[in-house]
Design a protein around this ligand. Structure first.
Ligand SMILES: Nc1ncnc2c1ncn2[C@@H]1O[C@H](COP(=O)(O)OP(=O)(O)OP(=O)(O)O)[C@@H](O)[C@H]1O
Ligand SMILES: [Mg+2]
Length: 224
């Protein structure tokens, strides 16, 4: 089943056209990696999928009722950030923060904290957590509403290699239970390791395919 289907999508900021005639689909259980150089429109695409920016033309079809979890590209909380890891994860329980959770909500928060291996630091301030722990907390928060689609915008960029693989192994466990993933990255090795499909956004057009069709020399092109 298609969770997202995009047809001839064109998105612009004023008269700066960023995405032009883009078509692709994400099916249930896909791990779609999105690659492409800085400024090509990857984050803009995410904003369009989330309904935060209105397309100039084209169509985005997401079946009604589909829940989307989202980990944004930049969210560096400083050391002063006051919420505990647990409270931060709980923020996604309800549209607004209220100081108490129902038993059921609390159980759901605890489960995600366990699954993302944050139990040990759950009551410490998130601001003092390591980069990897913060990313796991963002992930736990995004997964709290049991989304069918998880969008990760370069969630591994600040992590060391081992942590990158740990985080994506974790994501893969959810994906194997039917979650669809859209993972934006500049790391072509990670893309090849975890993706099942790819979308390669280039300044002059787009390529989509199964991961074994991802161009071999793409990462060198990226660095040019
Ligand atoms: N709010 C905005 N208003 C005007 N232009 C914008 C806005 N947001 C992004 N842009 C421009 O749109 C283009 C695409 O930006 P976008 O953030 O989608 O790129 P990206 O592929 O995510 O890049 P990166 O790999 O660096 O994250 C860039 O030229 C950027 O300057
Ligand atoms: Mg971006």
């Amino acid at each position: 089943m298609a969770i997202v289907s995009v047809e001839d999508l064109t998105v612009a900021y004023g008269n700066h056209q960023v995405i032009k005639d883009l078509s692709f689909t994400i099916n249930e259980g896909d791990f779609l990696v999105v690659v492409g150089e800085n400024g090509v429109g990857k984050t803009t695409l995410v904003r369009a999928l989330l309904g935060l920016i209105k397309p100039r033309s084209g169509e985005i079809n997401i079946p009604t009722g589909i829940r989307i979890g989202y980990v944004p590209q930049f969210r560096n909380l400083d050391e002063e950030y006051p919420l505990s890891v647990r409270d931060f994860v709980s923020l996604n329980c309800r549209p607004r923060l209220i100081p108490w959770l129902s038993k059921k909500e609390r159980a759901r928060v605890d489960r995600l904290i366990r699954l993302t291996d944050l139990t040990r630091i759950a009551d410490r301030p998130l601001g003092l957590a390591s980069g990897g722990e913060k990313q796991r907390a963002y992930l736990a928060q995004a997964l709290l509403q049991d989304p069918q689609l998880l969008i990760l915008d370069e969630s591994t960029a600040s992590l060391d290699n081992e942590m990158k693989y740990e985080l994506l192994d974790l994501v893969t466990r959810f994906q194997q239970n039917g979650l669809s993933v859209m993972f934006i990255t500049h790391d072509w090795d990670l893309a090849r390791n975890y993706g099942t499909r790819f979308l390669y956004m280039k300044p002059n057009g787009y390529e989509e395919g199964s991961i074994d069709e991802l161009p071999q020399n793409g990462d060198q092109e990226e660095e040019k």
